[in-house]
Design a protein around this ligand. Structure first.
Ligand SMILES: Cc1ncc(COP(=O)(O)O)c(C=O)c1O
Length: 383
């Protein structure tokens, strides 16, 4: 393989194209954000309170769920969802190895074991064909991940859940505003878990997460559990957690939620431009399934020479990301599961070949064109 370095130097001299630019988004909504923050500072209520309640109501309505429970991270959201679904020590939860590791942390926190099925080679979400044969007497939940912003194939999963009496919990951490057959992601299963980590499509300015559900009993228990399981002040009905959302995050999320739809449309437009611009490139491109609305949290492409291409793009001023280079079954933390290389070939291929191109609502078309040109340049030289 050979990479030409002449003729592309001019690209490197331009301002780098960042993988993500949270500051440019902030600049556009600065006054709204600062007003909201001032409000919270003046209110004297810094944890939960009216700003969080307002956001919960708005987020539930937007998702199409009856309840939203704001918490302090997406990881906590999945943890509470598993507890409230009745998953206990010794149980099994079916999920995918191609995800951010927090999906399985939550399974481990309740003392259950993750049982993996591979992902589909086209959508990169749970391969529904593989699920039924992994169901045992100990299976207490199915936990699909709406990876990169596209829903898993929820129809067959919900049917399997009904048939076997197993709840389906959605890891919608990357899928704010995504849809499956016209239903909002997170609202199809028993509950849906969201992350508001700053880089997410709806991101806080710190840590935050939420669960949405239509089940009022579940919602009540989650609201108690996130706040030390207090039924009344200083009366604790079970072992609880400090998983409360803070008021500054609630206020920021309330402001940003008003912009989410426009930002999502911008992501979708840019993703379409990438799909057209990269059509003839020797890359495996992502796609949107017909019955789904992809919200393009990430635009992930595959190439066997991924590391070299990323280095060459970096040299040309193009930043890229990696989501994710090691599938969960190959993480040291899960070595005790004894799942060797080859156990989940699709996930392993994605992990080995993936890289994520810059895609955020404020990315300009000239910036995106520079990404496409630089990729063309680099790929033309990869042998
Ligand atoms: C798929 C997935 N699940 C869970 C999480 C955990 O969310 P958080 O980082 O807010 O704890 C994340 C985000 O990082 C994620 O991408």
């Amino acid at each position: 393989m050979k990479i030409a370095t002449n003729g592309v130097r001019t690209l490197a001299k331009e301002t780098p194209v960042p993988f993500l630019d949270l500051k440019s988004q902030y600049t556009g909504i600065r006054d709204e954000i600062l007003d909201a923050l001032r409000d919270v500072a003046d209110s004297g209520t810094y944890i939960l309170g009216p700003r969080v309640a307002d956001f919960e109501e708005a987020f539930a309505a937007r998702a199409g769920a009856r309840h939203c429970i704001g918490v302090n991270s997406g990881t906590s959201a999945i943890h509470l969802a598993l507890i409230c679904s009745g998953v206990q020590a010794g149980d099994e939860v079916i999920t995918v190895p191609m995800t951010f590791v927090a999906t399985t942390w939550a399974i481990s926190y309740v003392g259950a074991s993750p049982v993996f099925v591979d992902v589909d080679p086209v959508t990169y979400t749970m391969d529904v064909e593989q699920v039924e044969r992994k169901i045992t007497r100990r299976t207490k939940a199915i936990l699909p991940v709406h990876l990169y912003g596209q829903s898993a194939d929820m129809g067959p999963l919900l049917e399997l859940g009904r048939k076997h009496g197993i709840p389906v919990i959605e890891d919608a951490a990357q899928a704010h505003g995504a849809r499956y057959r016209d239903q909002g992601s997170g609202t199809l299963g028993l509950c849906g878990c969201f992350s508001f980590y700053p880089g997410k499509n709806l991101g806080a300015y710190g840590e935050a997460g939420a669960i949405v559900t239509d089940d009022s009993q579940l919602a009540d228990r989650m609201k108690a559990l996130r706040d030390h399981a207090q039924s009344r002040r200083y009366h604790h009905s079970e072992i609880g957690f400090n998983y409360r959302m803070d008021a500054f995050q609630g206020a920021i999320l309330g402001v940003k939620l008003r912009h989410l739809e426009a930002w999502t449309e911008s992501r979708r437009r840019l993703a379409q431009r990438y799909l057209e611009g990269l059509e003839d490139f020797p890359l495996a491109l992502p796609s949107e399934a017909e019955d789904r609305r992809h919200v393009w949290h990430l635009f992930v492409v595959l190439h066997p020479q991924r590391d070299l291409i990323r280095r060459e793009l970096e040299a040309r001023g193009i930043q890229t990301g990696l989501h994710y280079p090691v599938p969960v079954h190959r993480q040291e933390a899960y070595a005790h599961l004894n799942l060797g290389q080859g156990a989940f070939p699709v996930s392993e291929k994605i992990a080995a070949e993936c890289f994520s191109l810059p895609l955020f609502p404020e990315l300009t078309e000239p910036q995106q064109d520079r990404v496409i040109l630089a990729l063309q340049d680099v790929l033309g030289e990869v042998r």
